[in-house]
Design a protein around this ligand. Structure first.
Ligand SMILES: Cc1ncc(COP(=O)(O)O)c(C=O)c1O
Length: 485
């Protein structure tokens, strides 16, 4: 950008707040310039950097076929076209808010109630985060965020609002759990730097960890934020991706149990991007217990409304209890199977991953493959994985992880065959690396190769046993749109 342009344009237009200039995007560029295709480009880059839930689209497509009236562009639905196409109240269609509130309750085992009048729409969770940031803080103020965290937070909460994020450092020694000590340290550091902390942002289940936050930690976070009189924002957009025990606990349950807590400080961010796998629909939700925030967020929602056509379709779909129950159960079953295939495949070549039970990814531990325990070495290894192994995985540094050597690997945005190709590439890479690293271990390497290929055959068998669990492959596109999911 020339100096002249910098002077002509706003600070937002000319700063790097969106974050697209980071090294993280090299992986996307590599994928975009050489995307894998089973027949047309079998040696291309496989996209494992995209947290997208594509495993259950067959169920949705079947529902869409059986409910043509829900789509206003069909013969059956066209009578409703005009009413949907004209201006609507920015509160959102009542049937949409009701259906979303009921869906959120269902995902939480009907243990809590959500008031449809507190449901505020936004353009995805991305818009919801920014709306909340605008409602809760001023430029220069800060939110605390436990690490590692979703890189998009840096863009969504800070770019246009001017607020800042401060890390609450979590470590692998206790499986990256959030401790009271880490919260207090982050808060104290901010105070010492004269930064006003306005809130704590939690992501439950976590991207990138794939773990749920337990009841005690949630309660402790609520008490901590209440004590400091700061806000608690819980991003719960992966709530229906939990596929095994321990189950998901929503902050809404903790609020319900702690009757004397200050509810005005509690806010939930939700979207249908992960649980239903509809990021293209941009259905995001702010759910606040604070009346002023609900009111202000609703006014702000004019800048990022969900189209009425989408509201109409989603309202009809989510009001179908039989479909919703089946989808939630089947989707988590398929995620569990896919997660099992990936984590078992990694384990067979000696790669560990954090024990997880949610999300659309594994948090892979490659610390022992680093030349040295530094982020430079992590970047170097990542470049090898992209350029030679041809897998676009995401390095821990982009999630602000405090320890080098962790990588996020997504598993739900591809079909089962592509997953097997990816695992075979990892297998080959690790065994070759072992061979070149350990001069003396060549013999041993050959026998382990045999063992591994036998194990991979077992994985194939698992896949054959459940062929219907595999999703159709669908192509990816723009790194700019998808880069930070
Ligand atoms: C934790 C988290 N929050 C928010 C978002 C943004 O979601 P949306 O696509 O609904 O804007 C993502 C997307 O990956 C995410 O992982």
């Amino acid at each position: 950008m020339t100096m002249n342009q910098v002077q002509l344009l706003s600070q937002i237009a000319t700063n790097d707040g969106h974050g697209e200039n980071s090294a993280f995007f090299d992986g996307w560029k590599a994928y975009d310039s050489d995307p894998y295709h089973p027949t047309r480009n079998p040696s291309g880059v496989i996209q494992m950097g995209l947290a997208e839930n594509q495993l259950s689209f067959d169920l949705v497509q079947e529902w869409v076929r059986n409910n043509p009236k829900a789509s206003i562009c069909t013969a059956e639905g066209s009578n409703g076209f005009k009413d949907i196409a004209i201006y609507q109240d920015y509160h959102g269609l009542p049937e949409f808010r009701n259906a979303v509130a009921r869906f959120m309750e269902k995902v939480r085992g009907n243990r809590v109630r959500f008031d449809p009048d507190r449901i505020v729409m936004s353009g995805g969770a991305t818009g919801a985060q920014e709306t909340l940031a605008f409602c809760l803080a001023d430029a220069g103020d800060a939110f605390l965020v436990p690490t590692p965290y979703y890189p998009g937070n840096d863009r969504d909460l800070t770019w246009r609002t001017g607020i800042q994020l401060l890390p609450v450092v979590c470590e692998s020694s206790n499986d990256f759990k959030i401790t009271r000590r880490a919260l207090e340290t982050a808060y104290k550091n901010a105070q010492e730097s004269n930064i006003k902390v306005k809130g704590l942002l939690l992501n439950n289940p976590s991207n990138p960890l794939g773990t749920v936050i337990d009841r005690e930690t949630l309660t402790d976070s609520l008490l901590f934020t209440n004590e400091k009189n700061i806000h608690l924002i819980c991003d719960e957009i992966y709530s229906a991706t939990v596929f095994s025990q321990p189950g998901f606990t929503s902050i809404a349950e903790i609020v319900q149990e702690n009757t004397d807590c200050n509810r005005n400080l509690i806010h939930i961010v939700y979207s249908l991007s992960k649980d239903l796998g509809f990021p293209g629909f941009r259905v995001g939700i702010v759910y606040s217990y604070n009346d002023i925030v609900v009111n202000c967020a609703r006014k702000m929602s004019s800048f990022g409304l969900v189209s009425t056509q989408t509201q109409h379709l989603i309202a009809t779909m989510l009001s179908d209890d039989v479909f919703v129950d089946r989808f939630i159960a089947e989707s988590s079953k398929r995620l569990e199977i896919r997660h099992g295939i990936l984590s078992a495949g990694l384990a067979q070549v000696g790669i560990g991953s954090l024990k997880s039970n949610a999300g659309l990814y594994c948090w892979m531990d490659l610390r022992r493959l680093l030349k040295e325990p530094t982020f430079e070495a992590e970047l170097e290894l990542w470049q090898v994985i992209i350029n030679d192994v041809k897998l676009n995985v995401s390095p821990g540094a982009s999630f602000h992880c405090s320890e080098p050597g962790w990588f996020r690997v997504c598993f739900a945005n591809m079909d089962g065959e592509t997953m097997m190709v990816a695992l075979n590439r990892i297998h080959k890479f690790v065994t070759q690396k072992k061979g070149s690293d350990q001069e003396s271990g060549r013999k041993q390497c050959r026998s382990s190769k045999l063992e591994i290929s036998l194990s991979f055959r077992r994985l194939d068998e698992m896949k054959m046993a459940a062929p219907h669990k595999m999703s159709p492959h669908s192509p990816m596109s723009s790194p700019l749109v998808r880069a930070r999911t």
